[in-house]
Design a binder for this molecule. Structure first.
Ligand SMILES: [Zn+2]
Length: 234
């Protein structure tokens, strides 16, 4: 027999071996079937859960080590606790797996949501111009006759340049596409600058979902009243 310590044994295996050896010795030498001087079951429970602040824990441990019935009780409870802890860890893993599955395959990433996004990205952007240079702004309180037929515009994703009447100043503008009942169906903001030939207001808008028909383009800077210009969407 070798006295060399087995350093490579994991702590839990060492503990299990000791308990097995001690248990066998106890059953032979310290049966204590009458259970004389046995502590309360809650004291054994405290030893199982290693509650170091339990009053008189050292005495309880000493008793368990020398009393076969208490030692059996200690062993059973210890085993139950280990299974319960393993179960809790397992439950944690299952919850993580379910959350991971929902993250990957949940409703927010379902095919119903993918389609409109794909459609939006793949639709081409048309470059278009609306020329209102020769138009007089139509203020709602001062209707005026039209000089010509209103400009036409394709209902699409648009990179739109609106050429404003001479005399309009540079700056930020809000543009709304309004129905004849003055209801806004699309809105965008942009900046107007002099491009050498006209005051050009550039906006990006998406008119694919707007029905065809006659509309008014309502253009307003921060400090001015709304100007309305007619438009036909087709
Ligand atoms: Zn006992």
């Amino acid at each position: 027999m070798s006295d060399e310590p087995k350093r490579d044994l994991p702590a839990r295996r060492v503990e299990r071996r000791l308990i097995k050896i001690a248990g066998a010795a106890l059953r032979e030498n310290s049966a204590n079937p009458e259970r004389i001087g046995c502590p309360d079951p809650s004291a054994v429970e405290a030893a199982v859960r290693r509650r170091l602040n339990f009053p008189g824990l050292v005495d309880v441990v000493d008793h368990i080590a020398t009393c076969a019935p208490c030692f059996e009780q200690y062993n059973r409870q210890r085993q139950r606790l280990r299974i319960r802890n393993a179960g809790t860890a397992m439950l944690g893993c299952v919850v993580l797996l379910v959350l991971g599955f929902l993250w990957l395959h949940g409703p927010a990433k379902g095919p119903n949501y993918k389609e409109p996004i794909a459609k939006q990205v793949s639709a081409p952007v048309l470059i278009a111009t609306l020329d209102y240079r020769s138009w007089t702004a139509d203020r709602s309180d001062q209707p005026r006759p039209r000089p010509t037929e209103p400009p036409h515009l394709t209902r699409a994703r648009l990179d739109l340049t609106i050429m404003l009447p001479i005399g309009t100043e540079d700056g930020g503008f809000t543009v709304q596409f309004r129905t004849s009942t003055n209801e806004s169906v699309a809105e965008a903001t942009g900046t107007a600058t002099w491009d050498g030939t006209a005051e050009a207001l550039k906006i990006r808008t998406d008119l694919r979902d707007v029905p065809a028909g006659r509309y008014n383009v309502a253009i307003q800077s921060r400090n001015s009243s709304v100007r309305l210009y007619p438009l036909v969407l087709e």
